[in-house]
Design a protein around this ligand. Structure first.
Ligand SMILES: Cc1cc2nc3c(=O)[nH]c(=O)nc-3n(C[C@H](O)[C@H](O)[C@H](O)COP(=O)(O)OP(=O)(O)OC[C@H]3O[C@@H](n4cnc5c(N)ncnc54)[C@H](O)[C@@H]3O)c2cc1C
Length: 441
């Protein structure tokens, strides 16, 4: 008899995971609390588009979906910063041709579900909300649309039910389970810069736009239809001050004048769209024996400022699959090695993501920071085999998030030294640089 796996949550990680497990020959039952996203138009209350980068693409490539997803994606080669005075500053993300990709969350999820549906050994059940888990019996109970309950027993359960996971909630009742959640003091609201009347983009299409304003910011990612999805990140006490149409208009006119001129539906969007919370969830262990494991946001929700939450969740799936390859059917070992490898990296990307909030909101408008970024970019171009920026390691490589975090700290020492020496001109001089490389080793 084939092994059975219950997957709870058919979002980005759960649908990908089901495909990986089915390819390994397991009998997968995937339960999703929402209706079928191919039939119903579900507003997920999360971002409309997402930045997909190297780690996520690698995971999709393994199931042959990368090219299809990239067809509808818009590459963003750098950050475009908008000052209050309307000045624009552009900084490339990586070397020539390196880009992060704006993709639609809904379409990506749909494509994954469509592919999952093609496997005979995946059963997908929508409108099925997990309400209970018996970890020791590997039993999961779901509430169905008509209010009835259904209990399923499998060889193991994998929880991919997101930042507020019911599966994790049940694991909290197991022994020595550590858990913390930290809300950022900032919430977010999605808004729109529509396409022009002719359907073209009103700003540079191939960039991620940022309006950094110190304690808050707005960003915009392009969509294939010619519009941009803007996300306003604002401390909650400032959201509280934006109640009337006049307050909202005044705020946008003062803070984001160039964007304001391109947002004809601002008031409608602002009043209608909810304010989202941003949470960092850390927990451990992620597994209990060979019975249950957590993947994706269920194990490690991170704030979105490095554009890595989904990419990291997809990487979880790849690592879990690698462990199956390595340890065969020894699920105690598979799950234990999976959590040991992923936990330090999830903690690292959680730290990097918070760090990047302050960088995006505040520092990208700071002269010293921009100078440092300029030198950093030159070093990546001049010495590609010696110097890799933290951003490059996080976004355009498969090396561990922990390495990216540690290397970033070392790089900073090097960059500060060059600035302290007033030696920007000398970075072309290999002799000068040879005296400094030890700082990043
Ligand atoms: C504003 C914002 C912007 C972001 N931008 C980026 C970005 O640019 N790049 C990036 O990589 N990441 C980004 N992220 C992070 C990304 O959205 C998440 O990391 C990713 O969605 C995690 O996937 P997941 O499958 O673990 O969780 P989810 O996508 O949340 O999926 C969980 C699924 O489980 C289902 N579910 C929940 N509870 C139950 C239950 N009890 N029973 C059954 N089903 C259940 C849900 O309906 C959902 O379908 C962003 C997040 C936010 C909030």
């Amino acid at each position: 008899m084939k092994e059975k796996i219950t997957v709870v949550g058919g979002g980005l990680a759960g649908s990908l995971l089901s495909i990986y497990m089915a390819k390994r020959g397991y009998e997968v039952s995937l339960f999703e609390k929402r209706p079928d996203m191919r039939k119903a138009n579900i507003y997920q209350g999360k971002s409309i588009n997402l930045a997909l980068s190297t780690r996520g693409l690698f995971a999709l490539e393994k199931i042959g979906l990368d090219k299809e997803i990239l067809k509808d994606a818009i590459p963003m080669y750098g950050r475009m910063m908008h000052s209050k005075a309307g000045e624009i500053n552009y900084h490339p993300y990586g070397k020539d041709g390196q880009a992060i990709n704006s993709v639609s969350r809904g379409k990506l999820n749909q494509k994954l579900i469509e592919l999952a549906d093609k496997f005979d050994n995946i059963q997908i059940q929508f409108d099925s909300k997990c309400i209970d888990i018996n970890v020791n019996k590997t039993e999961a109970t779901f509430e169905l649309a008509n209010g009835s309950h259904q209990t399923i027993t499998a060889n193991r359960i994998i929880g991919s039910d997101g930042a507020f996971a019911a599966t994790r909630g049940k694991m909290q009742f197991t022994e020595r389970f550590n858990y913390s959640q930290d809300y950022l003091h900032v919430g977010y609201k999605e808004l729109v810069i529509p396409a022009s009347a002719g359907g073209s983009f009103l700003m540079e299409k191939n960039a991620l736009h940022i309006w950094p304003r110190g304690s808050f910011m707005m960003i915009a990612l392009p969509n294939p239809e010619g519009d941009f999805t803007c996300t306003l990140f604002l401390p909650f006490e400032l959201f509280d001050k934006l109640k009337t149409d006049d307050q909202i208009s005044d705020f946008f006119r003062n803070e984001f004048p160039d964007a304001y001129a391109m947002m004809p539906t601002l008031l409608e969007d602002f009043q209608r769209n909810p304010i989202g919370n941003l949470v960092t969830v850390r927990c451990y262990p992620w597994v209990k024996e060979d019975k249950i494991a957590l993947v994706g946001d269920a194990a490690h929700a991170v704030v979105p400022f490095y554009g890595q939450g989904m990419n990291c969740s997809f990487e979880d799936v790849v690592v879990l699959d690698n462990m199956i390859e390595k340890y065969g059917n020894d699920w105690n070992k598979i799950l234990d090695e999976y959590q040991k490898e992923r936990k330090p990296n999830a903690d690292a990307i959680a730290d990097l993501a918070i760090q990047n909030y302050y960088e995006m909101a505040d520092k990208v408008g700071d002269k010293h920071f921009l100078h440092k970024k300029h030198i950093e970019h030159q070093l990546t171009e001049l010495y590609p085999n010696k110097f890799q920026s933290q951003y490059e390691l996080t976004t355009f490589s498969l090396s561990s998030y922990r390495h990216a975090l540690e290397q970033g700290k070392k790089n900073d020492l090097l960059l500060e030294k060059i600035i302290k020496d007033g030696a920007e001109e000398k970075i072309h001089d290999a002799d000068y640089m040879n005296q400094l490389w030890h700082l990043i080793e």
